[in-house]
Design a protein around this ligand. Sequence first.
Ligand code: UTP
Length: 295
Amino acid sequence: MARIRRAVFPAAGLGTRFLPATKAQAKEMLPLVDKPILQYAVEEAVASGLESLVIVTSRGKGAIEDHFDVSWELEKNLEERGKPELLRAVRAVSDLARIAYIRQGEALGLGHAVLTARDLVGGEPFAVLLGDDVIIMDAGDPPCTRQLMDIHERHGAAVVAVMEVPEEETGRYGIVRARPLGEEGVFEVEDMVEKPAPGQAPSRLAIIGRYILPPSIFPALEETGRGSGGEIQLTDGLRHLLGRERVLACRFRGRRLDAGDKLGFLQATVELALRHGELGSAFGAWLRSLDLEGY
Ligand code: UTP
């Protein structure tokens, strides 16, 4: 069974739900407490044992490359000013992993972004992580991507991460029709429906932004062509794959925070601030002191 070594981070979207904040800066670089959104997913990949990372960027997103690169001037400055903790924090980011970048010339959809990484991924199965989804774990649980990798290693199939959503929210997600496989939290996917109206969804298991994909996803995406909004959708590519290969779903342990729109971003900020080692208790005390009557 091929061990997964590579991860792709599509980060070339336009981030329209954050406008005007994302007019001239990448959504992926907006800070959640003290780290850019994308860093959470990169850290999850590294903690899962992935070694070779590919970030798909686009015009105007150069700050992503700078962030994960060494910053000699800054390091020298912090060293001279005797700030060892900040220096460690800055170095830790550039020491995280080997990262390659590729540009998606036009924002033609998530599936197209994955297709853009084809040459850098090669002929091996790989992970895809969407930075918008930040996944928090209970102590002792493996990272979400690691949970998917373990299932892939046991079954050799594509794996998508799913979570149970309330009936009224099915219209915001890709929903799977799936049957339990007899292993805790693992399902055999039979079909996928993009954004079904409540009442028409085949289940309440929604696909979120973590995937293990075989290299055969690339021809599947090519065959898929442009779907809704002129974009190549990853879900459509996965449905093509489903006709020929097994796709499993993993109802992962952990909780997903959706930092991809303004409300979700604010909620994720509050959660992560409360869990933050240095800031959590002071932030919690301030939150409790707020008089929310009238809002
Ligand atoms: P989203 O659907 O969140 O799109 O993409 P977006 O452009 O980032 O944001 P909105 O909807 O306009 O506000 C999910 C992920 O896929 C990437 C995004 O960067 C995000 O990580 N993506 C999307 C690409 O890399 N390329 C694309 O063409 C579209």
